[in-house]
Design a protein around this ligand. Structure first.
Ligand SMILES: C[S@@+](CC[C@H](N)C(=O)[O-])C[C@H]1O[C@@H](n2cnc3c(N)ncnc32)[C@H](O)[C@@H]1O
Length: 196
């Protein structure tokens, strides 16, 4: 399948992306915070693999005061936005956004208690390399949350959806990766994998 390409280093495109997705990612951050609280996660290290402008991470950090979050991404434009969003707040001590390739995550094995990937699997050149890297840096018994757009008839209205994976394709990708235990779910827009 042809990968969907957009230039996240382009300031105008990045600004439009932020404007369109800010509320959605904030809501997602609060939802994931609730989910983590419900499974007893109160403190530890979280990686957002492909953090974009950090919208989800800021919401998550506000709700889980014991966590430390590192977001990596390749777009300097989005990373600058993310870092400046927290630079004058107390969140800056436990929320860092750094340049890094999700296909070669710049951290040692077993570093993180929780690893997230949101709207990334269909964007990267080598999705399986990304999945394996997420598994590598996750501690044994850590939590992994993957969410990505799901290809469906809604692609008629939104071209990005057309280039995403179907749920069955996502299942095949996960089977080809080193990820093993986990559960899939889907909603009208997304497929999700939660596991380790
Ligand atoms: C659709 S956005 C998703 C970002 C964020 N998770 C969100 O939901 O807003 C895709 C992101 O992938 C980043 N990206 C693409 N390839 C990457 C790679 N190999 N390593 C790190 N980030 C990458 C882009 O810079 C962009 O921020």
């Amino acid at each position: 399948m042809k990968k969907y390409k957009k230039d996240f280093s382009n300031k105008d495109f990045a600004d439009r992306y932020i404007k369109k997705h800010k509320k959605l990612l904030e809501k997602l951050g609060y939802e994931y915070a609730e989910k983590l609280s419900s499974i007893g996660f109160e403190k530890g290290k979280i990686l957002d693999s492909g953090c974009g402008f950090g919208g989800m991470d800021i919401a998550l950090a506000k709700r889980i005061p014991g966590c430390e979050i590192i977001g990596i991404d390749l777009s300097d434009t989005l990373l600058d936005y993310a870092n400046s969003s927290v630079s004058n707040t107390t969140l800056k001590n436990r929320l860092k956004f750094k340049k890094g390739d999700v296909q070669k995550i710049p951290f040692e094995d077993n570093t993180f208690d929780v690893v997230f990937s949101v709207n990334m699997v269909h964007w990267v050149d080598d999705s399986i390399a990304m999945l394996n890297e997420m598994k590598r840096v996750l501690k044994p018994n850590g939590y992994l949350f993957i969410k990505d757009l799901r290809r469906s008839w809604l692609g008629i209205f939104e071209s990005e959806i057309k280039s995403a994976f179907s749920l069955n394709e996502a299942k095949k990708l996960i089977r080809q990766s080193e990820l093993r235990r986990g559960t899939f779910s889907k909603s009208i827009l997304w497929w999700n994998f939660e596991g380790c």
